[in-house]
Design a protein around this ligand. Structure first.
Ligand code: FAD
Length: 496
């Protein structure tokens, strides 16, 4: 019954958007969210709320990442009118994103449509492919902007530029983080990032173009070496995994496709700190650095990027400044909370004083506002920006929200939840990173000790972990098929 009603709501929304686009008379299209306490806000094409949905509170989840998807999986969606807003209509399994840059894994295999996830679990929600751009704390309204349509068929697709407003009773902000350039000149303009699937495709294209250009005989040897130089800025897990994947591409495939060039491809990792992987066990750091040296990956630690230029990077270290020519540069040097988190911070600047993201309490409540929770990479907490942190927070919050609905908590919701549930507590399940050449490093907590393992066995463990953790059987089978195809036929670097 809930699902039927949501389907009807969705068609009403579609009509509302259509109407607004046609007339362009209003500044905002308002979306009917069936809700007793807020039914007065609904304008445009209205429908009468059913008694069942009218009694429920509207819970809006921003994002389809690790945090919010875990909430959806664990939430009793019969207890709320659940509305999900995200510019991405799928969940992305980020641990395998570096492998998509070189074709070890195909992008589609690690993208799981959010509607499939919800349906598989027999749950209900309403999804809007949009970006939340603003919030009105007084009226409890969110302003949504539809994602621009970049498809060739855009002229036939309804895409409204008119912002849409929706109401919430409870809001969960899980908008994640974006790359942090630390204000370094030229990064935005010339570097690739590695956060979303579009980034992985862009890197794949850049690598392919650089190799193809380097094949021409009419360029200088100096220019050829520049094109074949892959520079990674940031020696954290993302940078290290990407460098490892490029190494595999070169030694397993390019050596056969472009034998005259493959030996000239150079990979350099630049890290400002004295070592790579600062959050890992020292023995694993040493193992990774030894493996990289053996694999010919250059590490320039204690080196800061001062500027990224068209074809070179200006760096500084104890030995002074130097310029490094590059063909492809990937910036994996850090993250910061996404824009909406800063918009929300700006509404309560006296309380939300951290420029890194939303300050939350032990119950994941955003400080200084009411009925808003936040989790994952858009928050400032004592935990690292990790999928497992966001995921555990999502599980905790779903439980708390289920309990809140069961308690039928009304105005005193905030204090009630704090009194009746334990505060969130993170339990690390360990750390894993693939470092190339069928080797990985693993730090696993066992019997109150951290077991550190590096080598081929850890690589098998890492692969098994990925297959197990992927969000669906479909994804696990797709990834396993990609890996089998890769070992039988090699990678494919073809990209539009
Ligand atoms: C290449 C890579 C590899 C990684 N590997 C690992 C790993 O092996 N292990 C690990 O623990 N962690 C890993 N991480 C980190 C992990 O992916 C993040 O910590 C995790 O994604 C954070 O989850 P989140 O829910 O906070 O945000 P995300 O998963 O980033 O999701 C944010 C969501 O919000 C949406 N959104 C953005 N803006 C808006 C808006 N304005 N309105 C509505 N929705 C919005 C986004 O589209 C997205 O759906 C990796 C990260 C990267 C980039």
């Amino acid at each position: 019954m809930v699902r039927t009603s949501l389907v009807r709501q969705a068609s009403a929304v579609h009509s509302t958007l259509h109407n607004n686009q046609a007339t362009q008379q209003q500044n905002y299209a308002t979306v009917p969210v069936t809700n007793s306490s807020h039914s007065s806000f609904v304008t445009g094409i209205q429908k009468s709320p059913t008694t069942e949905t009218a009694q429920k509170k509207t819970l809006v989840l921003l994002g389809t990442g690790w945090g919010t998807t875990t909430i959806l999986k664990n939430l009793d969606t019969r207890k709320y009118n659940v509305v999900v807003v995200s510019p991405r209509n799928y969940f992305l399994f980020t641990p395998l994103l570096p492998s998509c840059t070189v074709g070890t894994t195909e992008g589609r295999s690690i993208m799981d449509p959010i509607r499939h996830i919800v349906q598989r679990q027999g749950k209900a929600m309403q999804f809007y492919e949009a970006q939340c751009s603003d919030i009105d704390l007084a009226t409890k309204e969110l302003v949504l902007k539809q994602v621009p349509d970049t498809s060739a068929a855009s002229s036939t697709t309804v895409t409204s530029n008119v912002p849409v407003r929706i109401r919430y009773d409870h809001l969960v902000v899980g908008v994640g983080g974006t790359y942090n350039t630390f204000g370094t000149p030229g990064v935005e303009q010339y570097a690739c990032f590695l956060k979303e699937m579009g980034d992985a495709s862009k890197i794949r294209r850049r690598l392919k173009d650089a190799i193809e250009k380097a094949s021409f005989s009419n360029i200088s040897e100096e220019e050829r070496d520049r094109l074949l130089h892959v520079v990674v800025v940031g020696g954290g897990p993302t940078g290290v995994e990407f460098a490892g994947e490029v190494h595999d591409l070169v030694t397993e495939d390019l050596v056969k496709w472009v034998p005259g060039l493959s030996h000239r491809i150079k990979i350099t990792v630049i890290e400002a700190l004295p070592n790579l992987l600062p959050s890992f066990d020292k023995r694993l750091v040493a193992y990774t650095q030894r493996t990289f040296t053996k694999n010919g990956i250059e590490m320039r630690t204690g080196t800061r990027v001062k500027e990224v230029r068209d074809k070179t990077i200006l760096v500084s270290s104890d030995s002074g400044e130097s310029e490094i020519p590059y063909g492809t540069i990937v910036w994996a040097a850090g993250i910061r909370a996404r824009e909406f988190a800063h918009t929300l911070r700006g509404k309560v600047p006296d309380v939300q004083t951290s420029g890194r993201g939303l300050i939350i309490d032990d119950y994941l409540r955003v400080k200084g506002v009411e009925d808003i929770w936040a989790l994952g990479d858009c928050t400032v907490s004592k935990y690292a920006p990790l999928a497992q942190v966001a995921s555990q927070q999502g599980k905790w919050l779903a439980k708390a929200l289920n309990k809140m609905a069961a308690d039928n908590a009304q105005a005193d919701t905030f204090s009630r939840i704090a009194n009746s549930v334990e505060p969130f507590n993170y339990m690390s399940n360990g750390s894993l990173a693939y470092i190339g050449g069928e080797r990985a490093i693993a730090e696993i907590p066992l019997f109150r000790k951290n077991i550190a393992v590096g080598g081929p066995f850890a690589s098998v463990f890492w692969k098994a972990y990925c297959l197990w953790e992927l969000s669906s059987l479909r994804s696990s089978l797709s990834v396993a098929t990609d890996w089998t195809k890769r070992s039988l036929f090699g990678r494919t670097m073809s990209v539009d």
